[in-house]
Write a protein that binds this ligand. Structure first.
Ligand code: HEC
Length: 139
């Protein structure tokens, strides 16, 4: 009886450890999967062109969040709230060429996406609109 009990406790501990490791691996795999599918959908958007609506959030996370913050709150670059309220044309000029409204030239730290492209391909109007729209959804 007592032997049985001891064995069961050990077994339980073993199972708990196994479950914990499994959970960690599961989360890691889930995150890797998300990243992979994110890259995948970027490639699809680039090849399908205007046929697919670009994912503004994925574009933002992949190209802008490193400098403007995960929620557009600002970091190296300023917060996105003011430019979220610009017109699509103004936003496009700033992102592609660094020309902000009022003739203000953005510092070179801000990449010229008209030159380097988005996700390795020339930026499309649909991508810029999706990006701009996504910024409008941030708090
Ligand atoms: C390497 C860092 C970096 C990356 C990446 C970056 N930016 Fe910027 N961005 C900046 C900096 C720094 C400024 C401020 C420049 C200035 O004020 O002269 C800026 C300014 C801007 C502005 C003008 C904001 C304002 O209110 O004046 C917009 C709009 C903007 N960025 C959009 C984007 C978008 C969209 C992306 C991604 C497609 C992006 N940025 C990626 C650094 C970056």
């Amino acid at each position: 009886m007592s032997d049985d009990k001891g064995f069961t406790a050990k077994e339980a501990l073993g199972f708990a450890t196994f479950a914990a490791v499994g959970l960690v691996l599961g989360i890691a795999a889930y995150q890797a999967g998300g990243r992979l599918s994110g890259a995948g959908s970027g490639a699809v958007v680039a090849s399908a062109g205007a046929a697919t609506t670009p994912d503004g959030q994925a574009l933002y996370v992949g190209n802008c969040a490193g400098c403007h913050g995960g929620q557009g709150q600002g970091a190296v670059g300023p917060a996105m709230k003011p430019s979220a309220a610009w017109s699509d044309a103004e936003f496009k000029e700033a992102v592609l060429h660094g020309h902000a409204p009022g003739g203000r030239e953005l510092k070179n730290v801000m990449p010229r996406f008209g030159t380097i492209g988005l996700d390795g391909a020339p930026a499309t109007d649909a991508q810029l609109q999706a990006l701009h729209k996504y910024l409008g959804t941030l708090p």
